[in-house]
Design a protein around this ligand. Structure first.
Ligand SMILES: Cc1ncc(COP(=O)(O)O)c(C=O)c1O
Length: 354
């Protein structure tokens, strides 16, 4: 039975030697569990949970924003943010591959009648300031009113630079749009760029920051922004059933993660690179295409071996997101160097045999 590298009191499922499906699969470390158990709590719907308040304030400070709001998930945080910027029938502009558009169940349209306008993106999920300008609708009763630009960073692991975000936001401001950022992995982007998250947050009105991805807490996201936006989001969170009571037990995990799990994100990036470097020789010899983007690896094998390769990796106890034609491997708190090397070794053995 394998043990979790960061939580040696926890065993991994039998037969699993490395779980790289997502950075959401991590389990709280012993230190985090201790912080959660001993948290001082109160009823957060009454605003009386000191640990929630401390987490909200700390996240807002880190982002250089006035206020923060603790929410149950990234999806609820993005939904709350979009609906606090858009009224019924308003339109928001968003990259075609963005999580809010593709993977959040159409919530903004279904629950708030806020209509997404997808902008085409390139292979690293970028679009340009001119794409924003072209997508904004003329004032005309035939059109929805464009009110928001919704960004994401990282997008599928790809970093949007501070300058790029600044130029997109500046284009949006020409039309008085608000700007939201799904920063589920903004700490990864900031780590890769060597800046604080405030460098990004300075250009947008609201940022949703997930604690349950690379930062390794079990539940929760914090939406940060100016006091007015967060005030509207506070009401919206209540409407969406997101008011929690003694949520400080969860917020304590968030505070613990800010102390212990931010700087180490660079290790996740280095481990993803370690795998990419290990697989590099297979590129020219067998045609394995590997793209590394922060803590994510996008791996495309030759089509004819996709099925047998997946079977082989699974038999070696390696879990990943086995989409076809491109598979996704994500490094995180519970992936160590031995596991990274096991992935490389497994790929290498497979291609030695075929
Ligand atoms: C980029 C991005 N945004 C938002 C979310 C939503 O987070 P949650 O699963 O907490 O709702 C995810 C989840 O994986 C994500 O990858």
């Amino acid at each position: 039975m394998a043990l979790s590298p960061t939580s040696p009191d926890l065993s991994m499922d039998d037969g699993v030697r490395a779980d790289l499906r997502s950075d959401t699969i991590t389990r709280a470390t012993p230190g985090m569990r201790e912080a959660m158990a001993s948290a001082v709590v109160g009823d957060d719907v009454y605003g009386e949970d000191p640990t929630v308040n401390a987490l909200q304030d700390r996240m807002a400070d880190l982002a250089g924003k006035e206020a923060g709001l603790f929410l149950t998930s990234g999806t609820q945080s993005n939904l709350t943010a979009v609906l606090s910027h858009c009224g019924r029938g308003d339109e928001y502009l968003i990259g075609r591959t963005s999580h809010v558009l593709v993977n959040e169940a159409g919530g903004t349209a279904a629950l708030g009648s806020a209509i997404p306008w997808p902008i085409e993106v390139d292979e690293t999920n970028h679009f340009s300031p001119d794409d924003v300008r072209e997508a904004v609708k003329e004032p005309d009763p035939h059109h929805p009113v464009t009110t928001l630009l919704s960004l994401e960073n990282t997008v599928n692991g790809h970093v949007q630079s501070v300058d790029h975000v600044a130029s997109l936001a500046a284009a949006a401001r020409e039309f008085d749009l608000a700007v939201h950022m799904d920063g589920a992995r903004l700490f990864n982007a900031a780590t890769a760029e060597g800046v604080g998250i405030d460098a990004y947050a300075a250009h947008v009105d609201t940022v949703s920051l997930c604690l349950s991805k690379g930062l390794g807490i079990p539940v929760g996201s914090v939406l940060v922004g100016d006091r007015d936006s967060i005030g509207r989001a506070y009401r919206m969170r209540k409407m969406l059933g997101g008011g929690m009571r003694q949520a400080g037990h969860l917020a304590a995990a968030g505070l613990y993660a800010l102390d212990h799990h931010v700087e180490r994100l660079a290790e996740d990036h280095a481990r993803a690179e370690r795998i990419a470097d290990g697989l590099a020789p297979l590129g020219p010899t067998v045609g394995l295409d590997v793209v590394r983007a922060t803590n994510m690896l996008w791996i495309t094998p030759p089509t004819e071996v996709h099925g047998p390769l997946v079977d082989h990796l699974k038999a070696d106890g390696i879990l990943a997101t086995y989409w076809a034609p491109t598979m996704r491997f994500v490094t995180h708190l519970d992936v160590d160097d031995d596991q990274a090397d096991h992935v490389v070794d497994s790929f290498t053995r497979f291609f030695e045999r075929v």
